[in-house]
Design a protein around this ligand. Structure first.
Ligand code: 6GU
Length: 281
């Protein structure tokens, strides 16, 4: 996978050389370049931002500089638009053999495990990190109108100073799902938010069986794998019920077995419809 990252702080991405991500670069699975947006400026001050049209606080990243940079990275020629590009429909299906252009943006849809899974099959990702109050809205619109698959994602309901942290979060979520990235791919399928239905994970324990007077659940040392699996599944359901009931509401009731339903019903969920619903009483 080829990965281009554009930022006014490209040195931030030196942190990617460590751990499994660094190993994947060494092994040639990932080809990562972090570019300095200011390399595409022509003025003596290397300015990348300007005041917002219509007034207001902060600065907005200028479209000209971004476009010179992105045209280079995407191999596109500049085009004079006949309209503002707002009518460009989303393509019916993503073609991941073409580059995907991704802008982190706190005012965009949430980036989820589903997006990470989809993008782990892409051949070329280009990330554009905004700073200041954001970037000119015509930039994503222009590239979408050129037929580029443009995505804007937020990583959560909080505000960061810029897109760099969000890009490293998305990159880690995406690349660890690539075939050959992980030593043991089995460890992926069991995780929260993946698998056939998204539940938080059960608790994990290692040895010793008693530590500072604290034991582990007896069933885990029973050697009965069926009982262990059921115990963990019930624990996962109970955690999710307590911490993320929104994830329970999205489960597919048809994918639940009899024991799952029993556990959910004991926790006050109705499981007769397409998705579980908390009983009103
Ligand atoms: Cl993608 N960018 C910024 N600047 N802040 C964020 C974010 C992204 N997602 C959550 N907060």
């Amino acid at each position: 996978m080829k990965i281009d990252i554009v930022s006014v702080f490209p040195e931030y991405f030196k942190a990617l050389d460590v751990g499994l991500f660094g190993k994947a670069i060494e092994r040639g699975l990932l080809d990562v370049s972090a570019h300095d947006l200011r390399d595409w400026t022509h003025d003596v001050h290397h300015s990348v931002d300007d005041t917002p049209v219509g007034g207001g606080a902060g600065m907005v990243m200028k479209p000209e500089v971004w476009a010179e940079c992105l045209d280079d990275l995407l191999g596109l020629e500049p085009v004079e638009m006949a309209d503002d590009g707002s009518e460009t429909p989303d393509p019916p299906e993503a073609d991941l053999s073409k580059p995907v252009l991704i802008f982190p943006n706190p005012s965009a849809p949430l980036f989820t495990q589903r997006d990470a899974t989809e993008l782990s099959r892409a051949g070329h990702l280009v990330f554009g990190c905004g700073r200041y109050e954001g970037y000119d809205a015509r930039i994503p619109r222009y590239y979408r109108a050129q037929g580029v698959d443009v995505r804007e994602y937020s990583i959560g309901d909080y505000v960061l100073n810029g897109g760099e942290v969000a890009v490293s979060v998305m990159l880690e979520a995406i690349t660890r799902l690539m075939p050959g990235f992980m030593g043991n791919p089995d460890s992926i399928v069991e995780e929260s938010y993946t698998g056939s239905n998204a539940l938080l994970e059960h608790y994990q324990y290692t040895k010793p069986a008693v530590w500072r007077g604290m034991g582990v659940p007896d069933v885990l040392t029973s050697g009965d794998h069926g009982k262990v699996d059921r115990f963990r599944r019930d624990e996962a359901i109970a955690h999710t019920d307590r911490l993320r009931p929104d994830l329970i509401e999205r489960l597919d009731c048809k994918a639940l077995n009899k024991a799952d339903r029993k556990t959910l019903m004991a926790l006050g969920w109705e499981v007769s419809g397409p998705h579980p619903r908390k009983r009103a009483d």
